[in-house]
Design a protein around this ligand. Structure first.
Ligand SMILES: NC(=O)c1ccc[n+]([C@@H]2O[C@H](COP(=O)([O-])OP(=O)(O)OC[C@H]3O[C@@H](n4cnc5c(N)ncnc54)[C@H](OP(=O)(O)O)[C@@H]3O)[C@@H](O)[C@H]2O)c1
Length: 328
């Protein structure tokens, strides 16, 4: 098979498309013919030199994939089942989705709802899954439909899906972006209002800011998350999933002890089967009313992954980068 291989010598990573034979690590692993994958922020972190998250000196990249089960001993994932494959150490410590085939444990597999094609599943990908999990986490805390919900990093994978899914659920979405030139595109995704990234970061230097947001989905982290915490309304929640602007969080306890706000951690990697089922089935319910195609930044073949990783590193993605192993 052909695959995008990442190899490490010392702390230095090199990569390229090569002929490669992937193998099952456990007899119970399911073999999936990959039709689509996606290029995620995490893929760029895996291919970095040095990388804080890469767990293998030679592996097929790609933290997610969608395709058809080819070999399986599991009654839930019979041969021919259409599946999304993501989570665990896929594309981080074991061969991932940037190849014609992938072996994975059943815990990494989700059967796709009838309404979601393998192509749509990878336009959604780990980013869309994370956005849907974030929306559900907020809703489990009773999200206020009248107030404004803030989404940061709004043109990125998680952000653009968060805007789309919140709007599809009837919420009033404010999209925060460093790419205000994409305002029209964000409005088409359902944002009611667009604000510049600096409007979040450059706030008055007080312990607490005005109560602005009825909820927030943040994939930026760092000071942005601190600013969100101090400007949530009483009892509101922020779903935090990312660290694009930094992994350090310096804040105070005041938002928690005087406004009863909630910081909800979102993790797609070790999501329980209950969470995976809830996320994919909710996406399946929303899919007939949504067109996922405009959320595609570009479609690349295996040979286009290297350039796509550069786009991700530069922070210039608009939506999702789809890897097509089925037709190109
Ligand atoms: N917890 C989990 O399980 C999980 C799952 C998936 C992703 N993530 C994390 O979520 C984050 C986003 O992932 P993604 O795939 O959506 O990435 P992405 O497609 O590259 O989007 C990131 C977006 O962040 C904004 N941005 C870029 N550089 C920035 C900077 N220096 N300061 C502030 N904003 C910046 C940009 O949006 P604007 O130009 O619109 O501002 C960019 O499009 C990453 O940290 C990723 O690791 C976590």
């Amino acid at each position: 098979m052909r695959a995008f291989i990442i190899e490490e010598t010392g702390d230095v990573a090199t990569w390229g498309v090569r002929e490669y034979e992937s193998a099952a690590t456990q007899p119970s692993d399911v073999l999936v013919k990959v039709e689509f994958s996606g290029v995620n922020f995490k893929d760029a972190m895996v291919a970095a030199s040095p990388s804080r998250i890469r767990r293998s000196s030679r592996l097929v990249g790609g933290v997610d994939a969608a395709g058809i089960v080819m070999e399986s001993a599991d009654p839930v994932f019979r041969v021919g089942t259409r599946v999304a494959v993501h989570g665990g150490d896929l594309g981080v410590g074991r061969d991932g989705g940037f190849g014609d085939f992938v072996y994975a444990p059943t815990a990494y597999l989700s059967a796709l709802p009838d309404t979601i094609s393998t192509r749509s599943a990878m336009i959604i990908g780990t980013a869309g899954f994370t956005a849907m999990a974030s929306v559900l986490a907020l809703e489990h805390r009773e999200l206020d439909r009248d107030g404004e919900i803030l989404v940061t990093g709004a043109t990125g994978g998680v952000g653009s899906f968060a805007v789309t899914l919140l709007a599809a659920r009837g919420y009033r979405v404010v999209a925060s972006t460093g790419a205000v030139s994409q305002a029209a595109w964000l409005r088409e995704r359902g944002a009611e209002r667009i604000i510049s990234r600096t409007e979040i970061s450059e706030r008055p230097d007080r312990v607490l800011d005005a109560e602005r947001w009825a909820g927030a989905i943040d994939c930026i982290g760092g000071d942005t998350l601190h600013q969100i915490l101090r400007s949530l309304r009483y009892g509101a929640s922020v779903a935090a999933s990312g660290l694009v602007a930094g992994s350090q969080l310096t804040t105070t306890v005041y938002p928690f002890i005087t406004r009863a706000v909630n910081l909800l951690g979102i993790d797609a990697v070790q999501a329980t089967s209950k969470t995976r089922d809830e996320v994919w089935s909710t996406l399946g319910t929303l899919a007939p009313t949504l067109n996922f195609e405009p959320l595609t930044d570009r479609v690349v073949s295996l040979d286009g992954i290297e350039a796509a990783l550069e786009v991700v590193r530069s922070g210039a993605t608009r939506g999702r980068i789809l890897v097509d192993l089925a037709t190109i």
